[in-house]
Design a protein around this ligand. Structure first.
Ligand SMILES: NC(=O)c1ccc[n+]([C@@H]2O[C@H](COP(=O)([O-])OP(=O)(O)OC[C@H]3O[C@@H](n4cnc5c(N)ncnc54)[C@H](O)[C@@H]3O)[C@@H](O)[C@H]2O)c1
Length: 381
């Protein structure tokens, strides 16, 4: 197939492009090489040169409708990854987030549905963040959705959600695709808008489409320079440069970390000619790992002996836990994950340590936290 990837210079896109080329597809990438992800002009040129070796790389913007229309004429499918991705940053940089993520998706869809477009399939990167707090199990009421946590409880150090019916303790449960969608950040709202727009347009035009709800994707190659996203990147930088680590809440909050190579396999499966549905699908492992465990494992692998402080502070819009229900992932895409968290983390640490030692240190993370505090989004503690 001829496959177009928006945001294809990024972490997930560049790896998916390489895998698609290897299986025999022709790939075009459109990416604006955002400096927040790709660094300065010299670093951007390096990325563009390397991608041009095996793909048709176009330095362009997904919001450029004419460009997207011209590309829709000779591609069979599109993988839409281009996005602004920082949850915290989206809570004060709202116009930029909705412009790139929502207007960008609208521009792509106008191109896909133009009369001379050849595109018959759209795969969009959705996100676990659209669930907000996700599913929990109450011993009296079964599967429940507690929704947003109470700031009063969190200020008092009680971070766990409670049953919305009887207010008893609940245990985290895998969140199915049918869960209520209650995005808790502007980023998450834009990801939900992207998914809804793609699925609605696909249904109306008889195209096939998947909204792949990625969990926390990690692995060698993720941006180490973007201070707004990725706990593994942020904590490994802080540890390699000997700074202290602040763990928010009580450290027991957890995420479902999926290795990028499994996400690439999911993208490739959704981009197969015989995958013809119109569905949202969770892309995760179904296993939660706490921030405390992530930090301890990183410290062990990086020989970090500095200060690790559990601060009790929290960021507005953060959720407590999220773990994917992966039933559809298995049945619709035939997927199970190949790489467990510890194996993936070892590979990530080997790569990130070498990269960080070769590069330049930055105070970006401290700056990003100061920005959150300035906007009143850093609470508790
Ligand atoms: N990495 C994760 O954990 C994760 C989790 C859930 C969802 N996602 C989604 O997956 C997608 C890819 O994520 P990633 O981790 O590879 O992010 P990334 O930041 O590495 O890649 C995004 C790419 O989009 C490009 N881009 C940004 N604005 C653009 C524009 N206007 N026009 C063209 N290109 C533009 C950037 O330059 C970058 O190369 C995103 O849509 C993200 O929301 C990622």
């Amino acid at each position: 197939m001829n496959i177009l990837i928006t945001g294809g210079a990024g972490f997930i896109g560049s790896r998916t492009a390489a895998a698609l080329v290897q299986r025999g597809d022709r790939v075009t990438i459109v990416d604006n090489l955002s400096p927040q992800i790709h660094g300065d002009a010299a670093a951007q040129t390096q990325v563009a040169t390397s991608l041009s070796e095996h793909t048709n790389f176009i330095h362009g913007d997904v919001r450029d409708i004419d460009l997207m229309k011209s590309l829709a004429r000779d591609h069979d499918a599109v993988l839409h990854l281009a996005a602004e991705t920082g949850t915290g940053q989206s809570m004060y940089d709202m116009v930029r987030y909705s412009d790139v993520n929502v207007t960008g998706t609208a521009a792509l869809l106008e191109a896909v549905t133009a009369s001379d477009s050849k595109i018959r399939k759209i795969v969009v990167a959705s996100s676990r963040s659209i669930y907000g707090e996700g599913a929990y199990r109450c011993t009296s009421h079964g599967l429940v959705y507690p929704g947003d946590r109470s700031p009063i409880a969190m200020d008092a150090g009680n971070f766990d959600p409670r049953c919305p019916i009887c207010d008893q303790e609940v245990a985290v449960a895998p969140t199915p695709e049918t869960a209520p969608l209650t995005p808790a950040s502007v980023y998450a709202v834009t990801k939900l808008a992207q998914e809804n727009m793609v699925l609605a347009v696909a249904r109306a035009h008889g195209l096939s489409a998947y909204g792949l709800r990625y969990q926390n994707v990690f692995g060698a190659g993720q941006s180490l320079s973007n201070p707004y996203t990725g706990i593994l990147s942020i904590f490994s930088r802080e540890m390699v440069f000997g700074r202290s680590i602040e763990i928010f809440e009580d450290g027991l909050e957890s995420r479902d970390f999926i290795h990028v190579s499994d996400v690439v396999r999911a993208n490739c499966a959704a981009l197969c000619a015989d995958a013809t549905g119109i569905h949202p699908i969770n892309v995760g492992t179904g296993i939660g790992v706490s921030v405390e465990t992530v930090t301890a494992e990183l410290a062990r692998l990086l020989d970090y002996t500095g200060d690790i402080r559990v601060s009790g502070r929290y960021r507005a819009g953060d959720i407590r836990h999220n773990i994917a229900n992966v039933d559809l992932f298995k049945t619709e895409l035939g997927m199970t994950c190949d790489i467990d968290f510890r194996t993936g983390l070892e590979e990530f640490v080997t790569w990130s340590r070498a990269e960080l030692m070769r590069g330049v240190d930055s105070d970006g993370y401290a700056r990003s936290l100061a920005e959150l505090a300035e906007h009143g989004l850093m609470k508790g503690g």
